[in-house]
Design a binder for this molecule. Structure first.
Ligand code: GLC
Length: 583
């Protein structure tokens, strides 16, 4: 058994040290978001310089379009009286295979215009597209010889949807990637179904052997997409039932497209190239390459009833914040079954594009900024330029930047205006006009000398203790500055605390905490207290969304801080806790 795994690994040039996390049967992507730091298929043969070269376009690109398109766009979110479904509709409503296939008879996207889709992405400032070639419902958007459940054999449209998009993207200089659901497949017999035992399902028609499914459907289909289409990214998902042996043949196939980038959701311990925080911007960022994927409303697949759209201001700020933390942004559109992007999506994409045409140099090709926290916004970096994204424009005409370097110039990108700037008390102070030129984010390009000099985090060098910890998940992990390792209390704990004793009493004005990337989300109740005048004083109390939280507090001077967490669906814990200096 063991030697089989080794043989499989060697066949794909994988480092045998890959096995940080392993396949899970639960479908959770827990942990995957932070474990893609530098490991790749070519781990053995690829030097860091070669890896950088392979990833170069992706580092430059920063902003991409995710497209979730398939048969689920026909019911458009509705089944029976329930209108809350998305691409999971078949699974959530337990629709039998034959019944689900009826939707395919109505999938005839005659308005599909791949050139227009590409133009919309390009005008939005997006540099790459990732489209579902097969989602969990098993439906292939291209003619597949491995399964009749595909666009050519199962719909009136009968033609390939993917080839024309690939060509249109390439013609416009955009990169193109395919999402492929390698484990879950609710139509082809034997495919995994979240929440069901291996081989099982809600309809006899899709029960069967998972290994047969991999051999007869997943492997041949991945081979088809990799040989037919010149794709730049392979985006795996939900590695349910994956093991190193099962994943290895799929990983091996990626050699068919030298230079391809893959995410960290193949499973079987294959870490891939990119982490995939889903639906949130990690509060403290992650080391290595990662990409936040996010919906524009609350669904990936088209839902005609969900009009809960994120505002363009929110999207612009998220893009800036993701880049400031070193990530990419993959923003999703769920097209209709006619083949169109919902107008609300187009509107928002246009607004982001308009902003990027003015401020693009603060996004493309930038690296993580040097500040863990800025009260007024966020900052990206490119060499000796810092791009300050100001969300909250200063009322007193002075923008304070906690940077110790000598600064050469400051320029407002929106107007081209050069701003007066000076060094004062170890900070950079910029004179800004009375009003923000851009309500979403005004960008100031700051040219500085040398490497950025910033204040250390107040939590650096602090002493961390906890009421309880799982071995290997000690409290020190919560302040290691990376968000990579976690402090977690044992499951029985339900409620647990983490205490930080700073090196000295410090005035704290904000805090940030990152939660482990679990599914379902941890949504922890927490309270943060400070030890002041001999007693614990409450600073903040709330429930998270499961994606961590960043918040200002009434400034407090203290040396000891205590975070108490309660979790209903897992053991309490944080990936990182940071305290920030008051302004
Ligand atoms: C999830 C979901 C899915 C969606 C995806 C996007 O894991 O299963 O429907 O495609 O993530 O990140």
């Amino acid at each position: 058994m063991k030697s089989n795994i080794m043989a499989a690994l060697l066949a794909v040039n994988l480092s045998p040290t890959f096995a940080a996390t392993n396949a899970t049967n639960s479908g959770t992507t827990e942990g995957v978001a932070v474990e893609a730091s530098g490991s790749s298929l070519e781990a053995v043969k690829e030097t860091p310089a070669q890896r950088d070269a392979r990833m170069a376009w992706w580092h430059e690109a920063k902003f991409g379009l995710f497209i979730h398109w398939g048969i689920y766009s026909v019911p458009a979110g509705k089944y029976g009286t329930n209108t809350t479904y998305g691409e999971w509709i078949m699974h959530s409503a337990k629709i039998p295979v034959e019944k689900y296939h009826e939707f395919a008879e109505q999938f005839n996207p005659v308005k599909y215009d791949p050139q227009l889709w590409v133009k919309t992405a390009k005008d939005a400032g997006m540099k790459y597209i990732v489209i579902t070639s097969k989602h969990h419902d098993g439906f292939a958007l291209y003619p597949s010889a491995a399964s009749k459940w595909n666009i050519a054999d199962a719909t009136p449209y009968k033609k390939d949807l993917l080839g024309p998009l690939v060509n249109a993207a390439k013609a416009e200089g955009l990169k193109i990637g395919f999402y492929y659901s390698q484990s879950q497949d609710w139509n082809n017999p034997g495919g995994a179904k979240k929440g069901f035992n291996e081989g099982d399902g809600w309809d006899d028609a899709h029960k069967g052997s998972f290994d047969e499914y991999l051999k007869n459907v997943a492997v041949p289909q991945v081979k088809e997409i990799l040989t037919r289409y010149p794709i730049d990214i392979l985006w795996w998902d939900t590695p349910i039932q994956m093991t190193p042996q099962r994943a290895a043949p799929l990983a091996a196939l990626t050699k068919l497209r030298p230079g391809i980038i893959m995410n960290n959701r193949l499973g079987g311990g294959f870490r891939g190239d990119t982490g995939t925080p889903e639906g949130y911007v990690p509060v403290t960022g992650y080391p290595g390459d990662w990409e936040t994927c996010m919906t524009l409303n609350g669904h990936w697949g088209y839902n005609a009833y969900d009009q809960n759209w994120k505002s363009s201001t929110d999207l612009i700020r998220k893009l800036a914040d993701i880049c400031a933390k070193g990530g990419n942004f993959l923003l999703n559109v769920g097209p209709t079954s006619d083949g169109e992007f919902p107008p609300a999506c187009v509107e928002r994409l246009q607004a982001v594009g308009k902003w990027l045409r003015v401020n693009g140099e603060s996004i493309y090709g930038t690296q993580r900024g040097p500040f863990p926290y800025l009260a007024w916004g966020t900052a990206t970096r490119k060499g000796n330029m810092l791009y300050l994204h100001v969300f909250d424009w200063p009322q007193d005409g002075k923008l304070r930047v906690p940077l110790g370097n000598k600064v050469q110039s400051a320029k407002l990108l929106a107007t081209g205006e050069n701003l007066a700037v000076k060094n004062l008390d170890g900070k950079v102070v910029i004179d800004v006009p009375a009003n923000a030129p851009d309500a979403a984010a005004s960008v100031i390009a700051l040219r500085f000398d040398g490497e950025p000099v910033t204040e250390p985090l107040p939590t650096a060098g602090a002493k961390a203790t906890a009421s309880a910890s799982i071995p290997g998940n000690g409290p020190e992990n919560a302040i290691d500055g990376t968000g990579e390792k976690r402090w977690r209390a044992p499951l029985e704990a339900k409620s647990a605390w983490l205490e930080l004793e700073l090196k000295q009493a410090t005035t704290i004005g904000a805090f940030g905490l990152d939660e482990p990337d679990t599914w379902p989300r941890m949504k922890q109740k927490f309270k943060l207290e400070a030890f002041v005048d001999g007693e614990w004083k409450m600073l903040a109390e709330a429930k998270t969304s499961g994606h961590g939280i960043k918040q200002t507090i009434t400034p407090v001077n203290a040396q000891k801080f205590r975070l108490t967490m309660e979790c209903d669906n897992g053991s309490p814990g944080v990936a990182e806790l940071q305290l920030y200096l008051a302004e």
